[in-house]
Design a protein around this ligand. Structure first.
Ligand code: APR
Length: 344
């Protein structure tokens, strides 16, 4: 997945580069800066000293020394002063300049902390929006795996309004599984009856009729093949490619909007029977801005359904119904509700 929100200690991330929320003297400090210097060892401070500081919004690079990452990109976020001092533009510049530096050093993966959201006091909700917007904008033009590392889940909240709306939607729609749970024998009896009906129209639906011992004729391989030819529907991959064509968008625009990398997309393109994960199938439904029914159909082609017994599905349904197709916004919401994220 080109942009992943993860909960971790950034010093543990084995990426090509990790980003440090530094100060303009590049002199080390507390928070994530302190953690990175402690894990990289004293050579990092020596390397920083040679850089002559870094203005707010810009970025500089050093080796990672003892860190699992090869590089540390030091960027200086703005101190929050109420929002009227150009903080948003400066924070956006931190992400843009760090990503440009990572690209110039041929990094394939880079991890960001939530710059400015600690000691510098930037409101987390707004900082997150800027981070996601700048990273996803960059990813439209470049191939890179970018992690946004959230250290503390409490520090990460989608807007209270969105969180409240989704929570309410879940409450209204969540069906307690147990209320609808049928006993295993009831389910088996139903499946058996359905199979019996398929194989032996007109016969009693008793499961006993299915057993070969009572002489049910088995279909020949040829007959089955003919039946399959007739009955086999458009596959997931065929439907996906058809909609991409109908919408007149490029493959690249589609997989980027779906937060899916090129390799996975090529696999799906070249294998007509490819069975994606549910999160991948849904990511495409979102990227293609499908209405709920069509999204459900695409999902069904991959063998899945949206159910009200599961919070993940209800959250997706919420966004589909509202026709809000920003995959990064959806992923922020999924993350806030502890659900798996959309993408490859
Ligand atoms: N891994 C990932 N994220 C972390 C870690 C860690 N090990 N430690 C802290 N964070 C998170 C914080 O929870 C916060 O959301 O990083 C975010 C940024 O917080 P700060 O480190 O305080 O950075 P910032 O607000 O940009 O302030 C920078 O603090 O340490 C000094 O020298 C630094 O003066 C500079 C200032």
């Amino acid at each position: 997945m080109p942009l992943e929100i993860v909960r971790n200690d950034i010093t543990q991330m084995a990426c090509d580069a990790i980003v440090n929320a530094a100060n303009s003297r590049l002199a080390g400090g507390g928070g994530v800066d302190g953690a990175i210097h402690a894990a990289a060892g004293p050579e990092l401070l020596e390397a920083c000293r040679k850089l002559g500081g870094c203005p707010t919004g810009e970025a500089k690079i050093t080796p990672g020394f003892k860190l699992p990452a090869s590089y540390v990109i030091h960027t200086v976020g703005p101190v929050w002063q109420g929002g009227g001092a150009g903080e948003a533009e400066l924070l956006a510049a931190c992400y843009r300049n760090s990503l440009a530096l990572a690209r110039d050093h041929e990094c394939r993966s880079v991890a960001f902390p939530m710059i400015s959201t600690g000691v510098y006091g930037y409101p987390k909700e707004e900082a997150l929006e800027i981070a996601v917007r700048e990273i996803s904008h960059f990813l439209l033009e470049h191939d890179m795996l970018v992690y946004l590392v959230v250290f503390d889940r409490r520090g990460f909240q989608i807007s209270q309004k969105l969180f409240g709306d989704i929570a309410e939607y879940i409450d209204e729609n969540y069906v307690d599984l147990h209320a609808h749970e049928r006993s295993e024998s009831q389910i088996m009896a139903t499946i058996a009856a359905e199979m019996a009906a398929d194989y032996h129209v007109g016969a009693s639906h008793s499961p006993a009729n299915m057993a070969p011992s009572v002489g049910l004729p088995m279909p020949s391989a040829q007959k089955l093949e003919d039946y399959l030819k007739e009955a086999l529907d458009e596959s997931f991959s065929q439907m996906l490619l058809r909609i991409i064509d109908e919408k007149g968008i490029s493959d690249a625009a589609c997989y980027k909007r779906a937060n899916i990398d090129r390799k996975l997309f090529s696999k799906i393109r070249s294998d007509v029977h490819y069975k994606p994960k549910k999160t991948t199938a849904l990511a495409f439904a979102i990227a293609l801005e499908l209405p709920l029914e069509e999204a459900a159909e695409l999902l069904m082609k991959a063998g899945y359904a949206l159910s009200h017994s599961n919070k993940f599905d209800i959250i997706i349904e919420y966004f589909l119904k509202k026709r809000r197709y920003d995959i990064f916004e959806i992923n922020e919401a999924l993350f806030a509700f502890d659900q798996p994220l959309l993408g490859g």
